[in-house]
Design a protein around this ligand. Structure first.
Ligand code: RFL
Ligand code: PHB
Length: 390
């Protein structure tokens, strides 16, 4: 089999690129290791920056998002028993974010791929890119007992943090930067009315908490937990009790609890792999970089990678101009590192780190006090949260 662009990974990055390229007449094949049901059972991101929402519309997948997603003009930061509101609209020059679940967005992308008869091969095992530095690049994989070979011009590694693509770049070429945090997030989904119409990020001496939502009848809550904790250690009642302790009293009093429909623990990590291109292989999204979820940057940064790659591929195929492809890694990484800085800063500010010296503790307190006393500081937070320009 032969195609122009082989995309490894059928998560949001891979599907979005496949959809955008197909709309411009560029052929793609997506190879996904899991079944579609499995991919659609993962509960992940909830906050989309306006640039990502725009990309969804450009991919002709924005209809349901615009109908069912919620525009949020601000969020709350709870600390020291009180709530401060960050006015995103005011401080970002009229921008906002869209609250729409990654699961729904991925479903929309799959449906669009089906409508266009896009090729997405599920349960593709042992996917392996070959000949990355030659003009004859190809990918091998197996479905059931059958081995396959796919010849292509380019290979896109959109296969997430644990994928095969990044590992195909020789170790003496790839430089990895990593920071692992000494805690995780325990997240639950519950069919209850959200405690607040806008997100609440809470800093508390017992640890960070986040009140988020998927809709006005579906809530998503997170609490910081030690890495040693297991999901089984946390009954629903224990989760709700701990969440309430970390929220201001008047918010806790409003919290509606109920049975959880999903409960999982995600470790927190910052990670960047450089370069994002090796020969005909281009990395995009979580395959190249990870952020802790505090700043809601992960999927959004994958979106900017896809935007740059899409534009570069168009220039290559439509104008014979490969400058965009040649500068992809450099351009994508410049924005990736800004998202890394922002996510690290917000994570450090809002979480409890074991054995934090008192001096550092004081600095965090003054950082928060400064934030809500300074228009410039709020502008900086708002412009990062709604998404820096592509
Ligand atoms: P994905 O979603 O991991 O998809 C990669 C796909 O590749 C497949 N795959 C392979 N396929 C073939 N062969 C192989 N060898 C393969 N290995 C893997 C996988 O099965 C999978 O289907 O990466 P992608 O597409 O780059 O998307 C990235 C996002 O999923 C991620 O950045 C976000 O979910 C991060 N994130 C958030 N980002 C935001 O922008 N806003 C948020 O509000 C937000 N909240 C979150 C988050 C991530 C979280 N977790 C669980 C880490 C909240 C949480 C709790
Ligand atoms: C979510 O709703 O899952 C979510 C929202 C904001 C974040 C992280 C996760 O910063």
């Amino acid at each position: 089999m032969k195609t122009q662009v082989c995309i490894i990974g059928g998560g949001p990055s891979g599907l979005m690129l496949s959809q955008l390229l197909h709309l411009k007449g560029i052929e793609t094949v997506v190879l996904e290791r899991q079944s579609r049901d499995y991919v659609l059972s993962r509960i992940r991101a909830g906050v989309l920056e306006h640039g990502f929402a725009k990309l969804m519309r450009e991919a002709q997948c924005g209809e349901r998002m615009d109908r069912e997603g919620e525009i949020h003009d601000g969020f709350y930061l709870a600390h020291d028993g009180k709530m401060d509101r960050l006015d995103l609209h005011k401080y970002s020059g009229g921008n906002s974010v869209m609250v729409y679940g990654q699961t729904e967005l991925t479903r929309d992308l799959y449906e669009a791929r089906d409508r266009m008869k896009g090729v997405v091969i599920h349960n593709a095992q042992d996917v392996q890119p070959h000949e990355l530095k030659s003009a004859k690049s190809y990918v091998t994989y197996r479905v059931g007992h059958e081995d396959h070979r796919l010849d292509c011009d380019f290979i896109i590694g959109a296969d997430g943090f644990h994928g095969v693509s990044r590992k195909s770049i020789p170790a003496d070429v790839l430089k990895e930067y990593e920071k692992v945090y000494p805690f995780g997030w325990l997240g639950v989904l519950s069919r209850t009315k959200p405690v607040s119409p806008e997100l609440i990020y809470a800093k508390h001496e017992r640890g960070f908490a986040l009140c988020s939502l998927r809709s006005q009848i579906l809530s998503r809550y997170y609490i910081q937990v030690p890495l040693s904790d297991k999901v089984e250690d946390w009954s629903d009642d224990a989760f709700w009790d701990e969440l309430k302790r970390r929220l201001p009293a008047e918010v806790a009093a409003q919290l509606i609890t109920g049975p959880t429909i999903e409960k999982s623990i995600a470790p927190l990590r910052s990670f960047v792999a450089e370069p994002m291109r090796y020969g005909n292989l281009f990395l995009a999204g979580d395959a190249a970089h990870i952020v802790p979820p505090t700043g809601a940057r992960g999927l959004n940064t994958a979106g900017s990678d896809i935007h740059y790659l899409y534009q570069a591929m168009l220039d290559h195929y439509q104008k014979g101009d490969s400058t965009g492809l040649d500068h992809y890694s450099e351009k994508a990484l410049a924005r990736v590192w800004k998202a890394q800085r922002f996510s690290w800063w917000l994570t450090t500010l809002l979480h409890n780190f074991p054995d934090t010296p008192e001096y550092d503790q004081k600095l965090k307190e003054v950082d928060l006090a400064y934030l809500f006393s300074s228009d410039a500081a709020q502008r900086s937070l708002a412009e990062n949260y709604v998404g820096l320009p592509y």
